[in-house]
Design a protein around this ligand. Structure first.
Ligand code: HEM
Length: 407
């Protein structure tokens, strides 16, 4: 995704951060705001959903979960409710289908209903985007934030494949035959994979920062050096500047706190499966592993290698700050090699760069303007599984406006 200098993404970020997220956080900031704090896990998941759907469909057909509280609660609860029922359809899909034909449901039928509703919601967005493209009401003629960057790229790719390879294409039996459904399938994959993982990272990162006010203050000093920065009070909200990705990437502390949150609470901590190649292979110290065996390594364990990350259970963002830790070149290489939050190889996360950029923007917008503190973190421990957030599925933080007015 060539989004680092994308004017569409910059505009989308501007609307999502300055017109939706910051006003919401300002309205609950202390002392007059919500005394019980706000469930940031829900707010961060909503923000990442608004980001990813804006990039897929354009602002016009994307979600507005930040402002639409009742619908986001409905959507997120549907999404969460199915999560305990993935084993049979994922691991034994044929058996699941077979039993279903006999009217024996290995997963409750309401899970199918929830999936159908989520899929219909995604398909509606795809259809609306296609209509906008056909009517030319996307970025070129109106607000650049309405540009459906990903859908346009997919449509162009399908058209090219059709024109250049046609019947010879390996995509002819599915993607070229059913382009609309194939696009919808890709879109729901991306919006599901994209919102929850980044939302979990923001939850744990804001929790760690709330436990470490000194780190927050140092981070804020770094963020204020951005030129222009994202301070609301400095410009009285008028400027709405979105920093360039290269300027955000030049901030060592911002990078370090995100990396440490991804290390300690990798949003996908569970095993990432791979099949061994035929006839056999060697994995680490284990030789002669036959082909066709499913193997996997969980990021949770890889990130706790104490030879690479000393005292691995300790949250220490300075591990990622080369200038502060005194790493040798070899230690630095090992540290980076063992970082596996986005996996590696052919099935590596396709959204890793997008995720890093959106997380940096969200953290910069919030911590430039607010100090956070914990109101209730009961159940913050990470669940076990594949994509894993807090056991309570909640985190209540309070917000205090710094350098300006409260909401
Ligand atoms: C902090 C945020 C994120 C984390 C930690 C993360 C992590 C991962 C991991 C570990 C995988 C599995 C790869 C494997 O099986 O080896 C994955 C796959 C994937 N991710 Fe992400 N991801 C994040 C954000 C995103 C975003 C924003 C998108 C949006 C486009 C995205 C789209 C995908 C897709 C489509 C796959 C499936 C790739 C495939 O199977 O070919 N992810 N991600």
């Amino acid at each position: 995704m060539a989004f680092h200098n994308s004017p569409a993404l910059a505009r989308q970020a501007q609307v999502i951060l300055y017109d939706r997220l910051l006003p919401l956080i300002s309205s609950v900031s202390s002392p007059q705001g919500s005394p019980g704090g706000i469930d940031v896990h829900e707010v961060w998941n909503s923000t990442t959903m608004d980001f990813i759907t804006a990039y897929l469909f354009g602002l016009k057909s994307g979600s507005n979960f930040i402002q639409n509280e009742s619908y986001r609660r409905h959507w997120l609860s549907l999404y969460q409710s199915r999560k305990n029922y993935t084993f049979f359809p994922q691991e034994l899909p044929r058996l699941t289908r077979f039993f279903k034909r006999l009217h024996i449901h290995l997963v409750p039928t309401w899970v199918d209903d929830a999936n159908n509703e989520l899929e219909a919601w995604c398909k509606e967005r795809c259809d609306a985007t296609s209509a906008n493209i056909a009517n030319k009401t996307t970025g070129e003629t109106t607000d650049i934030g309405n540009e459906p960057v990903v859908m346009k790229a997919l449509l162009a790719g399908i058209e090219k494949e059709e024109n250049t390879k046609g019947d010879e294409s390996v995509l002819r039996t599915e993607t070229l035959k059913y382009p609309e459904l194939s696009i919808a399938s890709e879109m729901i994959d991306q919006l599901a994979a994209g919102h929850e993982t980044a939302g979990i990272t923001l939850t744990y990162l804001s929790w760690h920062l709330s436990r470490n006010p000194d780190v927050q203050d140092a981070l804020r000093s770094e963020l204020l050096k951005l030129s222009p920065n994202m301070s609301l009070s400095q410009h009285d909200g008028a400027v709405k500047s979105i920093p360039k990705s290269k300027d955000l990437d030049a901030l060592p502390m911002l990078h370090a706190v995100i990396m440490e949150a991804l290390r300690l609470q990798a949003p996908i901590p569970g095993t990432q499966p791979r099949m061994t190649p035929y006839p056999s292979c060697t994995l680490g110290p284990y030789g002669n592993i036959p082909g066709g065996v499913r193997v996997g390594a969980p990021a949770h364990s890889v990130h706790r290698n104490c030879n690479v990350y000393p005292e691995p259970e300790r949250w220490d963002h300075k591990r990622w700050m080369d200038s502060e830790y005194g790493y040798t070149e070899k230690q630095r290489r090992e540290r980076d090699k063992w970082f596996w939050a986005f996996s590696s190889g052919g099935r590596m996360c396709i959204g890793s760069n997008f995720a890093m950029l959106e997380i940096k923007l969200i953290i910069a917008a919030i911590y430039t303007n607010f100090r956070t503190y914990i109101v209730n973190d009961d159940g913050i421990e990470q669940t076990d599984g594949y994509t894993c957030g807090p056991a309570s599925n909640k985190l209540f933080l309070g917000f205090e406006r710094v350098g300006g007015k409260t909401g």
